[in-house]
Design a protein around this ligand. Sequence first.
Ligand code: 5AD
Ligand code: SF4
Length: 394
Amino acid sequence: MPEKSKTYEKSPPKVFIRTFGCQMNDRDSEIIYGLFMERGWKIAESVEDADCILFNTCSVRHHAEQRAYSNMGMLAKLKRRRPGVILGFTGCTAEKDKDVVIKRLPHVDLVAGPGEIYNIPDYIEGLMKNRKKIVAAGKLERPDRENPSYRGNKTGTYVSISEGCDNFCSYCIVPYVRGRQRSRKKELIIEEVKSASEMGVKEITLLGQNVNSYGNDLKDGQNFMTLLEEVHAIDGIKRIRFVTSHPKDTKEALFQTMRDLPKVYKHLHLPLQSGSAKILKAMKRGYSPEHYLGLIDGLRKYIPDCNITTDIIVGFHGEEDSDFEETYSIMKKIGFDSAYIFKYSPRPPAESSRLADDVLPEVKKERHARLLELQKEISRRKRDSRRNEVLPMA
Ligand code: 5AD
Ligand code: SF4
């Protein structure tokens, strides 16, 4: 590995990071910025202004991945104009496509997966001296103590509580590119929240692919509720959010804890994915539509005005009209405050990528549009009636 360089006194180099995908990637980009800044680098305002450009990519859906590829493709021109600029492709797509990125994007100098973020400044500084391309991926573990030195937003910030996921939902690539669940030790999380609070941060969002299974792998008696209570006890922190909850691991105790801790936002993001028992089973989600409805009833008993949001996938393998109608009617029944609706795309090596992608694109498009329209109508009604009282849909 290249030697750690001295700080740059006179003309510091500048790094620009474009982030795709989820909050986990936003946090990773901040960590990378922090590591560069500790070495004397500055943040570039734009790609034009940068000595090093990194694309921190997302592979969860085909569309986001293609956007990263095509945007990086467009930087080939810049690289011809300024051959000294260093281009890096990092994050989940870099991990997944480690063997093909350089073939697809020959102007890229560095390919680095999420397990490599702490080495990125070393790699880049090495590349500044020696132009030999670097592909660093396949290592999913990373230090438990995250680098907290830089926070882009001083009002609210992210703190990761676990990495990876153990659930292997059949459509999902996350366990393959981020690895199995590793909960961070509670003491380190608390230390990080306190240090953010000392930097003036008032609002914390706790991040995990499945926050409700936090601690399962630690075997030290910690769980998400005890963690929330400890974060809540930190004086400088005024508001707490968390994402994402998994319906199979969300228990009534969470609703009680949310109700009893005033700093916790009354908001639950609870991805449903589908309203069809058959599809949920094929997705290996580990719950039924009835179980999900029971959770929503329980939540509304504890926190009647809780804001509830969800994720839905349309057009999963084998989704027939009747399955889709079940999703439509459960969404209508629940009345989410908002919903992220996605068209299914196979993500090798996730399990369902071995099954036929058998719902026609135009059918996916139509189902997607119908759910968007439904959600728009629900959200409009909720907004209109908030001044009076929430009206149930017919
Ligand atoms: N196709 C479409 N949507 C997907 N998601 C995850 N994997 C896929 C896929 N293969 C969606 C899920 C998840 C959100 C982050 O992305 O709804 O909750
Ligand atoms: Fe993917 Fe399922 Fe894990 Fe969420 S819970 S990250 S959808 S495998």
